[in-house]
Write a protein that binds this ligand. Structure first.
Ligand SMILES: Cc1cc2nc3c(=O)[nH]c(=O)nc-3n(C[C@H](O)[C@H](O)[C@H](O)COP(=O)(O)O)c2cc1C
Length: 177
């Protein structure tokens, strides 16, 4: 299976990437191929809402999102990876999801698999309520097949994350696909 990770943290050595890396190792050990995009390093502009694409067609913005589009449409699974920012996903990840607008039907027609990897400082049991609800709604709307969520509570720094159970859980999620 071809897997695309949309990695939405600006910290390349941060907690989100620790989970993304563990997930990749697990998936690759199981024979899958994984491509990770560090979205913060790419030139991807927000959707202008012009709808020149007609919700399925060429986008008027010519930027790095074309690479994401090609990779997503050539893949079997999308992994959304993000730090929790004000109880939602990072702007870097949301920007790329908004740009799905120009190839929405192509995504839904594929019935792709998906997963969510997320980290947060907070460790209350409600920490991920809003993000989880948003992700589940995306799964429903985009006709995705959810393979699981790793919601790293109390993962406020790379050290906290490395010493938590979540990298192992991310590895197992990738390995069990
Ligand atoms: C702009 C910003 C907003 C944040 N919002 C939240 C939040 O709402 N809840 C929370 O628990 N942690 C929040 N955090 C903490 C991060 O989610 C946490 O430190 C995470 O480990 C960062 O991941 P990274 O190392 O991949 O960047 C926020 C951090 C930043 C920089």
């Amino acid at each position: 299976m071809k897997i695309v990770i949309l990695q939405g943290s600006p910290n390349k050595k941060g907690s989100t990437n620790i989970l993304a890396e563990s997930f990749s190792q697990g998936a690759e050990a199981a024979g899958h191929s994984v491509v990770r995009f560090d979205l913060a390093e790419m030139n991807i502009r927000p959707c202008t809402g012009c709808v020149a694409c007609g919700y399925e067609g060429p986008c008027v913005l010519h930027d790095d999102n074309q690479k994401i589009r090609e990779a997503v449409l050539g893949a079997d699974m999308i992994v959304f990876a993000t730090p929790l920012y004000y109880y939602g996903m990072s702007a870097q990840l949301k920007t790329v999801i908004d740009r799905f607008c120009a190839y929405n039907s192509s995504i839904t027609a594929k019935h792709m698999k998906s997963a969510l990897l997320a980290v947060a400082w907070n460790s209350d049991n409600w920490t991920f309520d809003a993000l989880e609800s948003h992700y589940r709604t995306q799964v429903r709307y985009l006709d995705l097949q959810d393979q699981g969520m790793i919601l790293g509570r109390g993962c406020g720094t790379p050290s906290m994350t490395k010493h938590s159970k979540y990298p192992d859980l991310a590895y197992k999620l990738g390995n069990q696909l």
